[in-house]
Structures are given as C-alpha cells and as structure tokens.
Design a protein around this ligand. Structure first.
Ligand code: SF4
Ligand code: SF4
Length: 519
C-alpha cells in the first residue's frame, strides 16, 4: 500500500510543454534524491509546463499514466552508472526509437542530466539527444523554451547547443552551476510517501523531508568525483534554511528533516543549525559526516534531536588516507567513535579497498584497526562497516589510475574472512562493470544496446583494456570535451602527490591553490 501527497495535478492539454522526469532506479531511490525533487517542483511552478514522474520499472507516468512517447521532453536523472541499463530498458519498452539517429520529428527530445551524465556521457551518447552538464535550475528552462519553438528538435539541435551547459559529442560544454545558493530552488511542496512497504520507503524514512544545506565540497579527496566537479562549496544562509524547514514542515506534515549536501558537517554554522532545528522540535537525519568537523557538541545536539546512527568515512588506514588527501588521524577517528558510543549512537563506517599502492600488509593493518574500533562497540552491531573497491572516476586526480579486479579479489577475500563484525561489501563484479561504464568512451554504446546480458568475462576484458589505454603516453581522456572547471594540470599534479602522500591543504582554511573552479 502506497499513498502520495503533494502530487501535482494539471490538465496536460492546457500546458505548452509536457516533461517526463524519468528516474531509472526504483521508487525509494528516486524519492530520496534532492535533484529529482527539485526538477519536479521547479518545473511545475511554471504554468506552461507539466512535469510528471516516470520511475523504473514503469514506463508510464505516475501522475496521468501517460506513455513516454506522449511527452515533448523525456529527461533522465542519472545518479548511478548502473542505471544506464534501466534507462535503455525504459526506452526500449516505450514507443521511442532507442537511438537518437532513428527518432522521428514527432518523437520527444530525450535529455539526461545528473552526476553520471555530466561527468562522462560518452558511453550512452547515442541513446540521448542532449546532455545537461550542471544544475537543472540553470539550464532546463532554456531547453524547454527552445523545445516549445520547434516541431523537429533534432533538426534544430544547434539551437539547443547554443545554451551553456548543453552537451552533445563534438560540441564541448562547460558545467553550469548555481553560483549563490540564494538562487537555488528549494522544493517546499515535496512529495510525501506514506507506505508500510519497505520497498517503497525513502532512504530517510516515510516521515522525512529533504533540506539542502550546501552544494559542492572543496576538501579535495583525490578519489571523489563530486568533490572535484561541484566546486566551490556554496552554502544556503542559515535563516533561509530555518524558514524553508518550517514552511516544508507545514506543507508535508513531517517533523524529520534530512540535511542534504556533499559536506553537510562542513556547513559553517552546523551546530547552530542543528541546535535551532532541535529547539523547533525537528528530528534530524544526516548523510555521512566529515570527521574533522564533527565536534562533541554537534554529536550531542544530533543525539538530542533523535539521531540514532552516525555515518563516517575513514576509508582506509592512516598512511593511505594521506595519499587520498584525507588527512584524518586514527586518533581523531577513535575519538569520534568513542564519543558516539558514549552517547549510545550506532556508528556506520565507509571503507575503500584498492587505494593507490595498497599492499597486503596495509590490508592486515586495516583489519587490526577495525578490530580495535569494533571492540569498542558495547553491543553487537553498534559499529558496522561497508567496504567498496575504489573505482577511479572522471575529473578526479585518480582518473589516470586503473582498476585491478584480480588484485582486488584477493584483497577482498583476505579482508572479509578476518572480520567478525557486521560488514557489507560491494560486489566486485558489479564494481568492474561500473569502472567500465565510468571510464569508457562512445565505443561502449554498441555493447550497451544489448542490455544486461553481457557476460562478465567481456566486462573484465574491457576493464583491463581501459587500464592498458591509460598506461599509454598519448592517452586522451574520453570525457575531455566536458569542462567541469577544475584544470587538468591541477589533477595531474595531484596525481603525482599520491605517491608520497603529500597533502594539498583545504583551500577554505589555507588559501586558494588555483584549481580552476572559481575562474
Ligand atoms: S569530504 Fe566527502 S564530499 Fe568532500 S571531497 Fe572528500 S569525499 Fe568528497
Ligand atoms: S579556485 Fe581556489 S578557492 Fe576555488 S575551489 Fe579551487 S582552490 Fe578552492
């Protein structure tokens, strides 16, 4: 049983543009996405547009049960590379030709946005007419206006390509972002889901709404794509956050607020924000917190607001953390975990295997470190870990690095058999596929057309082929036409620093090092 509130009802015949906002992953993931809520609320605020949701595996809209082919624009939000298969599946099951070149003038314009589409759209470029690089609020209006002026969007494709942040292979584009969070769209009328079925329950529960605290992060972790793409960090003013929370509570009837942002705990007034929200009777939920900015006071406020679990990301052992430009000491981690346990909070930790130059001894050291940490857990399950292989991502200093399935297989085995606490681990085969999807060029389109039935041995071969390419002197990054602001010369310099573990200090405290993003 599932009920929704705040769904927008309009007469599709009375609008100029019908926009299908597709999410190629399941309902609970879609409804936990801030970006997806923003698109819906932002577009429906315009009277001439009706934005409806189409969520995988459905190919009909939730609002009016319309087919994808009935819309003027079909837009996909791509937050995970694995969703490419679902996007292709949705298109195959609709009446829209799968490839852009076969579409008729009357077929919808198919666009895609979100972090995957923006970082490396090449592997899915034949299925999508245009890509949106950056924030929806900056570009979508303009795309819709051009679309409403043409009866044949693909014939008039260059009219769309004049819009900054719109990309098609061969036409380089630069990321477009909201510069000041005062101009970011804040979805007050968020859709509220009531359900007793866990399958449909959004990530923060069915009694929470989302509040966007900031965008971007400049900490500079060398593996982090969003930390490289969405610079600089931009904060929503405190007063605006408190007013937005109150308004959204009235509209949704919910008291629980999930704070959203790349680096929520870096928010300059995080303690004040959490304190004020708690005083106003809000419960608070947060994503992963940056350890250095988690003060004892913040933990106490969060506990008081009803938080039950904190999530932190030590990633690996101290020596390797330095290579990743994450200068957090073991002592700091012990301290945070101790404080959390003393407050009877559960602790969830994210870890990475396969960090640059990682040895078998490093894995043993990580296991010992975790054993010491988990021995602090008073009750079983007080501390849980989730371990993932490091997947080199575009636009990061580690984009030049390969992915070694065989080496990771041995490391995962060693790691998993020696831990006693509850540990979730990413499927290594899926990670290999993700590496290929993230690091390939347009040559992958023909393979993706087949869908999910590709044998793992083929993905494995492709992964090692990419590794070989990366070794070549004249290797060209498949995503070189996408400019996310950060300079390649800076990324190369950072990659060199990985060897020695030299730290590039945080530009917000130690001054600008001219990465290119603020130009
Ligand atoms: S602190 Fe988090 S969001 Fe920021 S760069 Fe590091 S991993 Fe990315
Ligand atoms: S240009 Fe300077 S201030 Fe801006 S994100 Fe880069 S290092 Fe930080």
């Amino acid at each position: 049983m599932i009920e929704e509130y705040n769904t927008v009802i309009k007469n599709p015949r009375k609008v100029i543009t019908r926009f299908a906002s597709c999410y190629p992953n399941i309902y609970r993931v879609a409804m936990s996405s801030m970006g997806y809520h923003i698109i819906y609320d932002y577009l429906n605020a315009r009277e001439d547009i009706y934005c409806e949701r189409v969520i995988y595996p459905q190919t009909k809209s939730i609002e009016t049960r319309s087919d994808l082919a009935d819309f003027d624009i079909v837009s996909f939000t791509l937050q995970f590379e694995q969703d490419y298969f679902n996007m292709i599946d949705m298109l195959k099951r609709s009446n829209i030709p799968l490839e852009s070149k076969n579409r008729r003038p009357t077929d919808p314009l198919v666009i895609a946005g979100g972090p995957c589409a923006a970082s490396n759209p090449l592997p899915i470029s034949t299925f999508v007419d245009l890509f949106v690089i950056g924030d929806a609020e900056v570009t979508l209006d303009k795309i819709i206006d051009v679309r409403s002026d043409t009866n044949n969007p693909r014939a008039d494709i260059y009219d769309f390509l004049d819009i900054p942040g719109v990309y098609k292979p061969g036409e380089p584009a630069k990321i477009q972002q909201v510069k000041n969070m005062k101009d970011a769209w804040r979805p007050i009328y968020q859709i509220v889901t009531k359900t007793d079925n866990k399958k449909f329950m959004p990530a923060f529960g069915d009694n929470a709404f989302l509040l966007e605290v900031s965008r971007g992060c400049t900490r500079g972790c060398r593996f982090c794509m969003s930390g490289c793409m969405y610079r600089p960090r931009r904060e929503t003013p405190l007063k605006t956050l408190l007013e937005t929370a109150e308004k959204t509570r009235q509209v949704t009837g919910h008291n629980k607020v999930a704070l959203i942002g790349e680096a929520v705990s870096d928010y300059s007034k995080i303690e004040e924000l959490c304190w004020e929200l708690t005083q106003e009777g809000f419960q608070i939920a947060t994503p992963s917190l940056r350890i250095e900015s988690v003060t004892d006071e913040l933990l106490e406020i969060l506990k008081q607001s009803g938080l039950k679990t904190i999530t932190i990301a030590p990633e690996t052992i101290q020596k390797q953390r330095w290579k990743l430009n994450k200068p957090i000491t073991d002592t700091e981690i012990y301290h945070t975990v101790d404080r959390a346990i003393a407050l009877k909070l559960k602790v969830k930790m994210y870890l990475l295997l396969g960090t640059p130059g990682e040895t078998t001894d490093d894995i043993m050291e990580l296991i010992n470190f975790l054993r010491q940490l988990t021995s602090k857990g008073v009750r079983y399950n007080t501390i849980t870990t989730s371990v993932n292989p490091l997947i080199p991502k575009p636009h990061t200093p580690l984009q030049y690095m390969g992915f070694d399935y065989d080496d990771l297989y041995d490391k995962f085995k060693k790691y998993s058999t020696r831990l006693k606490h509850r540990n979730k681990k990413e499927n290594l085969k899926k990670a290999t596929i993700q590496y290929v999807l993230t690091n390939s060029g347009a040559e992958l389109n023909s393979l993706l057309k087949i869908g999910k039935k590709i044998a793992f041995k083929d993905w494995y071969k492709l992964a090692y082929k990419i590794n070989e390419e990366k070794e070549k002197e004249n290797y060209t990054l498949p995503w070189h036409e996408i400019d996310v602001g950060i300079k390649n010369s800076f990324l190369k310099k950072e990659y060199k620093k990985v060897e020695t573990g030299e730290i590039t200090p945080w530009c917000e405290t130690d001054g600008c090092y001219n990465c290119g993003s603020c130009e």
